[in-house]
Ligand binder design. Structure first.
Ligand SMILES: Nc1ncnc2c1ncn2[C@@H]1O[C@H](COP(=O)(O)OP(=O)(O)OP(=O)(O)O)[C@@H](O)[C@H]1O
Ligand SMILES: [Mg+2]
Length: 235
């Protein structure tokens, strides 16, 4: 089941992208991240930060897939033929970067917002998409065939309570399945790979600022005190 976990404050769009970049260091082949939140809450911005860092390409074009449904990104290894992009995909870039953080593994960005619930299951090859790296906006549109409360295993990023007057965003991170659950339960998501490490203590809120990297706002231990990466502990 999905359980509430750490909250992360994102004061500006750069912080949203920074969270996406941090998550890029945590993924492995087969990982799925659901991006929930109302229209314009920041889901694509997070995906942009994720994909740019994942492919080591800070200028990678990351448009919203809400019209074309699915963009598939590859590094040089997967676009060279060993693992070509799926035929039905609208491929943004055959070579998004020379070598991704999971070399040879495509990353998919899916947004079924404009479709009736369940329709996208018949349009895309989710067996393949979910076996690589997948970012899914509006996952409630996937339908029961693709998504239940227990499957697929995934990290969920939920943009909370954002309105027209809202400044910044707050997201909560939660997990479905063991892959991410242990890290979330321990409030110890090591976000950042080679960059800043973030430790989410119970009740603590983490503040991400573009000029300061990641810092804790209310948690007791200093950011990085645990020095543990979720990618190394939450397999
Ligand atoms: N933390 C933030 N603080 C303030 N503005 C933000 C933040 N994160 C993203 N934004 C802004 O919110 C707007 C919408 O962002 P984005 O397109 O990523 O939303 P979305 O959730 O993908 O929308 P949709 O539901 O239409 O797909 C953009 O102008 C972006 O710059
Ligand atoms: Mg979007």
């Amino acid at each position: 089941m999905t359980e509430a976990s750490a909250q992360v404050a994102l004061p500006d769009v750069e912080a949203t992208e920074a969270l996406g970049a941090a998550l890029a260091h945590e993924v492995q082949r087969g990982d799925i991240i659901f991006l929930r939140g109302e229209l314009g809450s920041g889901k694509t911005s997070l995906a942009k930060g994720f994909l740019r860092r994942f492919f080591g390409n800070p200028s990678l074009d990351v448009p919203s897939p809400s019209y074309l449904l699915h963009f598939s990104y590859c590094d040089a290894a997967c676009s060279s033929g060993a693992n070509p992009p799926p035929a039905e995909a609208t491929v943004v870039a055959f070579s998004a970067g020379a070598r991704s953080l999971v070399p040879g593994c495509p990353a998919h960005h899916v947004d079924p917002y404009r479709l009736p619930v369940g329709k996208i299951a018949a349009l895309l090859d989710f067996e393949k998409i979910f076996s690589e790296v997948a970012l899914v906006e509006w996952p409630d549109r996937l339908g029961d065939q693709l998504c239940t409360s227990t499957t697929p295993a995934r990290l969920e990023v939920f943009f909370e309570g954002f309105g027209p007057q809202g400044e910044g965003r707050v997201v909560s991170l939660s997990a479905v399945g063991e892959r991410w659950q242990r890290a979330v339960d321990r409030r110890d998501l090591g976000l950042g790979g080679g960059g800043p490490v973030l430790s989410c203590k119970e009740g603590g809120r983490v503040d991400i600022r573009k000029d300061q990297g990641l810092r804790q706002e209310t948690a007791s231990a200093p950011a990085g005190a645990d020095g543990v990466r979720a990618g190394a502990t939450a397999q």
